[in-house]
Design a protein around this ligand. Structure first.
Ligand code: NOJ
Length: 767
């Protein structure tokens, strides 16, 4: 490697400095001598830095293609030259990154390289299913592979930092950002958070295909009131610690290098000014040693939150322990004055600057600031055949079969099938939101996939309706690049044509859902049913009396009571990524068997929200016959499709739930065993789920909590015995004093195919 800072490196060898604790995994700084080297380099560099240059490292600017807020950074080149920028995001490709890095290392006084960040959320160039979809695979190994592939592409495109994983627990499908996370469960969310960190950061920063991960949005962003983005969060500490904080902590435990603060306030204090959250919990309790960046202009937004003027909110964020200010530039504007007036200590700035420099060191940027720039790797990695294949695999494994009456699916290519709907020939929406570097024109749509597999002229087609008919909404979404159009034909003519087409077929496949711009950031909905015009089409198709398969593409759980009652088969495909078209066609025709399970509850109606499986019992649990019970008059308490739910073309039978003992001692393990048999005609994969209920506690406990899951592949007629080990550690929770311990007493244990369909047994945890 080229050493571009020779004078600094010589100085490093001469300095004796204290050893700072460094988190794994990272071979570059694993050993004491390696961490001494890092500290020496950083110390030496920081001794040369002015206060302004130190604060400059805390400045994170957006330059390039995308912005997600009102401020676009100006005059970035000049600021880099003056040493006033620590990192940039939204610029990628070897050419763009080299140009900016050159300014930093050739034209700034101290030649400190830049970090290059980007929102690589579910793939970089090769796009995988949206994260909510990926989570439905219940396959951490697969998810880790998608993150690894994304890191390989991103790092070959000049990037060294991704703003992912997003691990916000979400119980409100109105919130558009449910599409970016892993759903409602803290256990599964934690497993996936770790897998993604491992995927991005690999085993060692020494490799040039490793990028820094950034867990976000710290914290509790998914609990925004009323499912409205950026909204207030007010939550008890017990709920935070038990239900919402675990996935962030899991990412920290997995060695995540960076954390992004969230936009929301928490019990009155915005996350970005929240010293308790950033310094006490994250750094002191969890031992996080990496850097904390804000979300986009989150410091400035605290003026609007009502916390004071610009200088005041800057002081609050710096003193809370924020290291980098994303886009808002208030740190560079007010930081030095705050230090001079004693409102922020220089030690605080030093600590933040050090963390930014350490991140750069770990990435090897002080050895070679251009190590992520390689035309060769760029050519080899981007959208390689293996990554495209992985995209298809991930898409298949993310699909959830919600209904399949009379085995309508899989389809036979020998029958006459009409494909109807605005998403049959649509590429734009397949890659979902947060797919900035993805090229939607390179994705395969359903019609194209049919053509490749069978020849499309074998099938009937009608568009049936526009994705969206509401012109005001179309205009609004198109302002942000949605590319929505309305057909020249009238809605009625389109429906008539679709009905005529359907009448000629034996089976109708209706491909409907949301435009991808209706989920993701700032894309909340108060009504989460199918869009009205699409619903009209579906009702008209139903009138033909033909069997109907509904293929859904959407970024959140939808309310589908009519569809569930009237449509024969429903396949949830989310936004399945670059190869979604082929994945869907393979699945529809039985070359793949759906195995996904929901990670977010699908409600009957918006009025049931928030709705989630791990709820509390209440003192008056649901009873159909009793009046004074916790329930609604007009809808049941149960969801339409529960957490963990998903069908297969085959069927599975569970039997013989047994426990190795009826008691569990703290030092021992209990083995829970069940037998699963494939009782249908197709080979299939089942996700066996293990839940527990703590029957008596010092505080009220959820009616079920996921504690484990295993995927099992079974041929027709085959059966396997599945075992889980439970220890008292798995039964711990935070009590009202936030003490994390298991309480002795009776527990129920459940095994089954989803959170609702389970077999139960009992054991006692003894002292
Ligand atoms: C705002 C979003 O909340 C965050 O998720 C994203 O990483 C940043 N913008 C940067 O684009």
């Amino acid at each position: 490697m080229k050493h571009w800072l020779p004078s600094l490196l010589i100085a490093v060898q001469l300095c004796a400095v204290p050893v700072h604790a460094i988190e794994a995994p990272e071979s570059k700084v694993q050993s004491t001598s390696a961490s001494q080297k890092m500290n020496s380099l950083v110390d030496t560099l920081m001794r040369k830095m002015t206060l302004d240059e130190k604060i400059g490292q805390m400045n994170l600017l957006s330059i390039g293609f995308d912005v997600t807020g009102p401020v676009v950074s100006q005059g970035v080149d000049e600021k880099i030259k003056s040493g006033l920028v620590g990192g940039v995001f939204n610029s990628y490709t070897p050419i763009a990154v080299r140009k900016l890095q050159q300014i930093a290392v050739e034209q700034s006084r101290l030649k400190i390289p830049l970090l290059f960040g980007y929102d690589v959320i579910h793939g970089h160039r090769t796009i995988f299913p949206i994260n909510l979809g990926l989570s439905c695979s219940w396959d951490p190994e697969l998810i880790e592979r998608t993150a690894r592939a994304a890191a390989e592409e991103a790092s070959a495109d000049g990037l060294n930092w991704t703003y992912s994983p997003m691990v916000d627990i979400t119980r409100d499908p109105r919130w558009g950002r449910v599409s970016e996370g892993s759903g409602e469960d803290p256990y599964l969310g934690s497993v996936i958070a770790k897998a993604m960190v491992r995927g991005y950061q690999g085993s060692s920063y020494d490799k040039p295909d490793t990028v820094l991960a950034c867990v976000k949005h710290y914290a509790l962003y998914g609990a925004a009131e009323a499912g409205r983005d950026y909204n207030t969060v007010d939550m008890s500490p017990v709920k935070m610690y038990n239900d919402y904080l675990p996935p962030y902590k899991a990412a920290v435990d997995a060695g995540v290098a960076t954390v992004m603060t969230s936009f929301n306030d928490i019990n009155g204090v915005p996350a970005t000014a929240n010293k308790w959250l950033i310094t006490d919990v994250l750094r002191k309790q969890w031992g996080f040693k990496g850097l904390v960046a804000t979300d986009y202009t989150a410091v400035n937004e605290m003026v609007e939150h009502g916390l004071g003027d610009e200088a005041k909110v800057t002081e609050l964020a710096m003193n809370a322990g924020v290291d980098m200010d994303m886009v808002g530039e208030l740190f560079v504007k007010h930081g030095a004055d705050l230090v001079k007036s004693g409102r922020v200590s220089e030690a605080q700035i030093d600590a933040a600057c050090r963390r930014v420099l350490e991140a750069k060191y770990k990435l090897g940027l002080f050895d070679d600031p251009y190590r992520f720039i390689s035309e060769k790797r760029n050519k080899e990695q981007l959208m390689s055949a293996e990554k495209m294949e992985l995209s298809k695999e991930a898409s298949i494994k993310s699909m959830v079969l919600l209904k399949n009456s009379n085995q309508v699916l899989p389809l036979s290519a020998q029958t006459k099938i009409a494909f109807i709907g605005p998403l049959v020939k649509d590429k734009r929406n397949l890659i979902g939101s947060w797919s900035g570097a993805g090229d939607w024109q390179k994705s395969t749509d359903i019609w194209q996939a049919l053509d490749t597999k069978f020849g499309a002229n074998k099938f009937l087609y009608a568009k049936g309706c526009n994705i969206l008919d509401d012109t005001a909404l179309i205009e609004r979404l198109n302002r942000d690049g949605a590319l929505l159009t309305r057909d020249e034909k009238t809605p009625q003519d389109m429906i008539t044509e679709a009905v005529q087409t359907a009448k000629q077929a034996d089976v109708v496949v209706a491909v409907l859902g949301e435009p991808c711009s209706m989920s993701g950031e700032a894309s909340c909905r108060s009504n989460i049913g199918l869009l009205e015009n699409q619903f009209e089409l579906l009702k008209a198709l139903k009138q033909t009396g033909k069997p109907i398969v509904l293929v859904l593409m959407n970024g959140r759980p939808l309310t589908l009571p009519w569809e569930n009652a009237n449509i024969d088969a429903i396949l949830e495909t989310w936004f399945g990524g670059t190869r979604a078209g082929e994945a869907i066609v393979d699945t529809l025709f039985g070359d793949a068997n759906p195995s996904g399970k929901l990670t977010m509850t699908f409600p009957y109606s918006v009025g049931q929200i928030p709705i989630y499986y791990n709820a509390k019992s209440t003192g008056r649990p649901f009873d159909e016959k009793e009046k004074y019970r916790s329930k609604y008059l007009d809808v049941s308490n149960s969801p339409l499709y529960p957490f963990g739910y998903g069908l297969s073309y085959t069927t599975f039978a569970y039997s013989d739930l047994s426990l190795s003992s009826s008691t569990l001692k703290p030092s021992e393990a209990l083995t829970v065993t069940t037998t699963v048999k494939n009782t249908g005609r197709y080979p299939g994969v089942e996700t066996v789920q293990l839940y527990v209920r703590d029957l008596v506690g010092s505080i009220t406990r959820p009616v079920k909590e996921l504690k484990g899951f295993q995927k099992v592949e079974l041929k027709p007629g085959e059966e396997k015995t599945i075992s889980f080990k439970l220890t008292s550690d798995d039964l711990r929770f935070y009590d009202s004093d936030l003490k994390y311990a298991a309480e002795p007493g009776e527990f129920q244990v459940f095994c089954g195919t989803d959170s609702n369909s389970v077999k139960a047994s009992k054991f006692t945890l003894v002292h």
